[in-house]
Each structure stands twice: as structure tokens, then as C-alpha cells.
Design a protein around this ligand. Structure first.
Ligand code: ZN
Length: 118
């Protein structure tokens, strides 16, 4: 995990990486693997001048091993096509807990909406 944090720290800011991008709003909803019960929902405006371009969201399963959501490729693809917004969902690729490594994947679901201004 320390290496991942380093990768985030060393990445350029959003403004450096995507000069065209002026504003970014992120809406995130965390769901359990069934996709039915929602554990949290957040909406935040990202400061593109300071936010790092490696854009990771932690999995809400406290026990999750090696899981999180990397929205960086989605964001890069959206900016490349100058899309005003994208929505989608991702499935956590980590393990449910330490006892189930290699047995039971976490599969928590993150639903996201990114609103982009240029
Ligand atoms: Zn997870």
C-alpha cells in the first residue's frame, strides 16, 4: 500500500495532466456485492489545481485486502473524448478479508458519476 501511496504522491496534478479540464465533480456510491444496499454516498468538487491525477477510491469493506477502485483510466478516457460526464460502476478486485485470500473476492461495488467542465 505504501508503494501505491507513493505512486499517487508522485503523479502530476489533474491540471498538469489534463490542461483542458477546468472543473471536476465526483459522485460516489458504495454498495455491497449484491449492489442493493448502499453504505455511503458522497458528492465532492475536486480542485483540479491540487488533486493528483492518480485517482483512487478506497474500498468501504474495512476487511478488504488489496482492494480499491482506480478511476484514473476512466477519467483519462473521458477527458480525451471531452465528455461532459460519465457514469459507471466498478467491482472491487480485492479479497473479502484476510481469511479468504485466494478464495473469496471482495466484489464490493462502486458506482460513480464524474462531471467534467472544460
Ligand atoms: Zn474491497
Amino acid at each position: 500500500m505504501a508503494q501505491e501511496n507513493l505512486r499517487v504522491q508522485q503523479s502530476p496534478t489533474l491540471k498538469e495532466k489534463f490542461p483542458k479540464l477546468k472543473t471536476l465533480t465526483v459522485e460516489l456510491s458504495h454498495y455491497d456485492p449484491t449492489g442493493v444496499s448502499r453504505s455511503s454516498q458522497v458528492k465532492q468538487t475536486v480542485n483540479v489545481a491540487f488533486a493528483k491525477s492518480v485517482f483512487r477510491v478506497a474500498c468501504h469493506n474495512q476487511e478488504c485486502v488489496r482492494g480499491d477502485f482506480d478511476l484514473s483510466p476512466k477519467l483519462a478516457a473521458a477527458v480525451a473524448k471531452k465528455k461532459p460526464s460519465i457514469v459507471g460502476e466498478m467491482c472491487c478486485q480485492g479479497w473479502r478479508n484476510r481469511a479468504t485470500i485466494d478464495i473469496e473476492p471482495c466484489k464490493n461495488i462502486l458506482r460513480y458519476k464524474l462531471t467534467l467542465g472544460y
